[in-house]
Design a protein around this ligand. Structure first.
Ligand code: FNR
Length: 400
């Protein structure tokens, strides 16, 4: 039997997917493995093993019968890529332009709150992993580490801030000023969470991390928030948590409030949670900079349209007048390709990277994201495309 090679030649950087495959096989030759399982189903199973049940359910769960979450995944199966051949795909380009910046790939790490219930390094681990890859990280309002600390961990790497727009306008203005000052370059305003959805798993435990004081770091150091309290959140956490619960959500907001928000920040504003084409048109009319088609991973409205199924009509309404981003159900490179082909400029990862965080912290997130990017690169090339800019609906067919 011939000797097994102890190393394998590395392909060129023009093929990040092949590069990643070789890295993984090379590790195998050295008797090693990545920090995380590679099959997505195993990744989630492993996270379920290492996380306390309440934390796992908080992430995995969604609204009521969890039908929107299942629909999100099923929607991808109804679209099929029709690969093209003999088109010289030796040089591939995953970059996209957004708000005057070039991203290395059409991928961001989406806002996921309260990450300290997943891993002690929480958002700082995710921020470092994102920064090392040049992939933007969208930090949640309800992060467990203050936005300033996360910004510091990212140095000059790209980061966006996600806003939960609560009742206290002065507090909202303060959060926005802090985010701008800390180098966040876009504002994602999440519209679908004026209340929390009916989440059976969390109610069954019963477990809501915020009521234990998790995920409130941005509030507890905010001067406006603290000015509303007789004592500091450190001295009297129970009162601070109660105040947060009264201010967090604002069910009275309407489209006309966007004018106020526009006056508070110079950052590009993206509206997250758009599903209806009429809302997409309203977003255009109200002068925002982009929208994110999302159903919050199915966590808000049970029985909602799958996010991917909402995308074509939204794209038709927008007519390329502003960028559309997409999340909810992205698990594989092919999913991203389908969303891009149906009109998205970029996609946001959610639960996928959280499983990596649960299993192996910063390295786990980096491994999951690198695997995803490799899958995206290879699937694009094997489908006959050199650039994500070439993708449009003509590359897809819809299953009957
Ligand atoms: C979320 N999501 C979310 N969105 C947001 O705007 N602010 C937030 O703080 C959170 N927090 C959050 C926590 C957890 C545990 C999950 C699973 C999701 C929604 C998130 O940004 C994204 O829309 C979904 O995660 C996308 O669905 P998939 O791909 O994760 O299924």
């Amino acid at each position: 039997m011939p000797d097994l090679p102890h190393s394998v030649p590395s392909p060129t950087a023009a093929s990040p997917g092949m590069q990643r495959q070789f890295e993984i096989y090379q590790l195998g030759l050295a008797g090693k493995k990545l920090s995380v399982p590679i099959p997505v189903a195993q990744l989630e199973n492993k996270a379920a093993e290492v996380l306390p049940p309440q934390a796992y359910d908080y992430v995995a769960g969604s609204a009521s019968g969890e039908r929107s979450a299942r629909a999100n995944l099923a929607a991808f199966d109804r679209w099929r890529i029709v690969p093209r051949m003999l088109r010289d795909v030796s040089q591939r380009d995953l970059t996209v332009d957004l708000f005057g910046h070039t991203l290395p790939a059409p991928v961001l790490l989406g806002p996921i709150g309260v990450q300290n219930i997943i891993h002690p390094d929480a958002e700082v681990a995710v921020a470092r992993a994102a920064a090392s890859l040049g992939v933007p990280f969208v930090l949640s309002t309800v992060s467990s580490r203050p936005l300033e600390e996360v910004a510091h961990a990212m140095a000059a790497a790209p980061r966006w801030f996600q806003l939960y727009w609560g009742k206290d306008h002065e507090l909202t203005a303060s959060l926005l000023q802090r985010a701008e000052k800390s180098g966040y370059t876009a504002l994602v305003v999440t519209l679908d969470t004026a209340m929390l959805g009916w989440r059976e798993r969390d109610l069954q435990h019963p477990y809501l991390p915020f009521l234990l004081g998790h995920g409130l770091a941005n509030y507890f150091i905010d001067p406006v928030f603290c000015s509303r309290l007789p004592q500091s959140p450190q001295a009297d956490p129970a009162s601070a948590i109660r105040l947060w619960a009264t201010l967090f959500s604002n069910t009275a907001l309407t489209w006309s409030d966007l004018a106020w928000l526009r006056r508070q920040t110079r950052l590009p504003i993206l509206l997250k949670g758009i599903l209806h084409p009429d809302d997409a048109r309203l977003a255009l009319d109200h002068g925002v900079d982009a929208i994110i088609v999302s159903n919050h991973g199915g966590r808000q409205v049970d029985g909602a349209i799958a996010a991917l199924d909402a995308l074509p009509a939204v794209a038709a309404a927008i007519q390329q007048k502003m960028p559309i981003l997409f999340d909810s159900g992205i698990r594989y490179g092919a999913d991203a390709i389908k969303a891009l082909a149906l009109g998205a400029r970029a996609v946001l990862l959610g639960r996928l990277y959280v499983w990596g965080l649960a299993i192996a912290g910063e390295q786990g997130v980096r491994d999951v994201v690198q695997n995803f990017l490799a899958d995206l690169d290879l699937t694009m090339g094997l489908s006959g495309f050199r650039s994500v800019r070439e993708l449009d609906a003509s590359i897809l067919t819809r299953e009957k």
